[in-house]
Ligand binder design. Structure first.
Ligand code: SAH
Length: 456
């Protein structure tokens, strides 16, 4: 047994070991000596491997796989390792069955840690495990003087050029490649992150599954593109492009979209359909990336909410109103809260498009608006929440525990914050029995789930 302060491995050592676990970030874990963990990419539980120690920190290390001694039955032989090296598909080496199980187990492990007594159901599989994404945000960089599109190597900003993105709608991939070629033909300089120079930073393409319409957003460091009219003309002739927007982002930042944008061709929105309802989507608005599976997610949420005609529902973190509009016919009133003004503007139009007149819309932070409503004595029968990765704010949870809606449906894209919030809600008097993971992001390590809570 090694001394506690002693690091049991050295950099550049070649070792063999058996992988014990797979982390949330899809790294294999080997434990050396007294439990010192070494994280190794492309290594799966049960596999015996030879590896090189690349980093030996005080409490953990990193290694690089050199050779498989045995391989897991859950492994997909990955011909194109570019998907694993980049962040686009970090689970592409796992069979789809094993991915579903991995996601279920990730949630279970977090629940166990927080002593949450909910059963995690088997993950609801997506209809398609590849080519499902309706949106691409593709970085543009120069490599050896040539403008390239691709994806970043994991945990870096090193661009790996690629044209087949595996998980995106192939029509989006084709559009991105055509735009790359147009930008090359017009000699548009790619963005240089180090010097904050160059012009074109990202190409975003969103495609509406139902209508086929494609929106192209060119994110630029300059207000105008050189030869803008000609470039816009060329892009507008690509198949199904219904709108082109120039988004101005001069800042040194990892945030992709800037605040100012200018429609230069067609509509400033896309039109799509979910669960038979029509939706208009602006560039700045959130829209679920896997349309087919979104319908399944919403069906689960609606079923769990067990809606009644006399109920008042609050749909917090509502985006463009997709959930609210899908349920409005079944209840008395739906109240939407959302922070992005463009999304609320879309939501209002979407309600009209679907002849819904029992909804209202508030732009603001859910953690400010809900407490105000509760203070004023607003009655809430059902609360639906669908927060971003950071989960619910303490002020929001306090307001829920004051208002005590009899049903709460929590749609989560981050099991860690879900577990944290469920602990507080359950300690505050709510009851939950099951969580249903719904795979919105095959091949990626993101985990979506829906949980219903009721009052004791
Ligand atoms: N329910 C919608 C949107 C979910 S994504 C759908 O299914 O499409 C989460 C949404 O919450 C985004 O639209 C985001 O803009 C919004 N949001 C993020 N933080 C917020 C906050 N603190 N208060 C209100 N809305 C917020």
């Amino acid at each position: 047994m090694a001394n506690k302060t002693e690091i049991p491995v050295r950099k550049n050592q070649v070792l063999t070991g058996t992988v014990m676990d797979l982390t949330y970030q899809a790294m294999g874990v080997i434990k050396v000596d007294n439990g010192y963990p070494i994280f190794i990419g492309n290594a799966l539980p049960g596999e015996e491997i030879k590896y090189l120690v690349t980093k030996a920190n005080k409490n953990y290390g990193f290694g690089r796989l050199l050779e498989f001694i045995t391989t897991s039955p859950d492994r997909v032989s990955q011909e194109n390792s570019v998907y694993l090296q980049t962040g686009i598909a970090p689970l592409a080496h796992l069979t789809y069955e094993a991915q579903l199980k991995f996601k279920q187990e990730q949630i279970s492990a977090l629940f166990q840690k927080d002593k949450l007594d909910l059963t995690v159901q088997p993950t609801l599989a997506a209809p398609e495990a590849t080519h499902y994404r309706n949106k691409a945000q593709i970085p543009v960089r120069a490599i050896d003087g040539q403008l390239e599109t691709g994806f970043y190597r994991q945990r870096s900003h090193h661009l790996v050029p690629m044209t087949d993105f595996l998980i995106q709608d192939p029509k989006i991939d084709a559009t991105v490649k055509e735009i790359r070629d147009i930008l090359r033909a017009f000699n548009v300089p790619a963005y240089n992150e180090e010097h904050n120079s160059g012009v074109i930073r990202h190409i975003m393409v969103r495609r509406a599954r139902k209508t086929g319409q494609q929106m192209v957003v060119l994110v630029t460091r300059q207000r105008r593109l050189p030869q803008e009219a000609d470039i816009v003309d060329a892009i507008s002739e690509l198949p199904e492009v219904s709108s082109i927007i120039i988004n101005y982002n001069p800042k040194v930042t990892n945030v992709i979209l800037g605040m100012q944008e200018r429609p230069v061709y067609g509509n400033s929105y896309l039109e799509d359909e979910l669960l038979g309802k029509k939706f208009r989507i602006s560039a700045q608005s959130f829209y679920q990336v896997n349309s087919e599976q979104t319908e399944n997610l919403y069906r689960q949420a609606i079923k769990l909410a067990d809606l009644q005609p006399d109920e008042i529902v609050v749909d917090a973190y509502s985006g463009i109103g997709t959930i609210g509009i899908s349920i409005a016919d079944h209840v008395k009133q739906v109240r939407e809260i959302e922070i992005v003004p463009e999304a609320i503007a879309d939501a209002k139009i979407n309600a009209q498009l679907n002849n819904v007149d029992n909804m209202d819309f508030t732009v603001g932070l859910a953690e400010e608006i809900l407490p105000e409503w509760v203070e004023k004595g607003q009655k809430i029968d059902v609360l639906i929440v669908d927060p971003p990765r950071k989960g619910l704010q303490p002020e929001f949870i306090d307001a829920v525990l004051k208002a005590r809606p009899k049903k709460l449906v929590y749609i989560s894209c981050n099991p860690a914050t879900l577990a944290r919030d469920l602990r507080l809600l359950i300690d505050g008097g709510y009851n939950g029995t099951t969580t249903q993971p719904v795979d919105m992001f095959p091949m990626s390590n993101h985990i979506e789930s829906v949980t219903a809570l009721t009052l004791n």
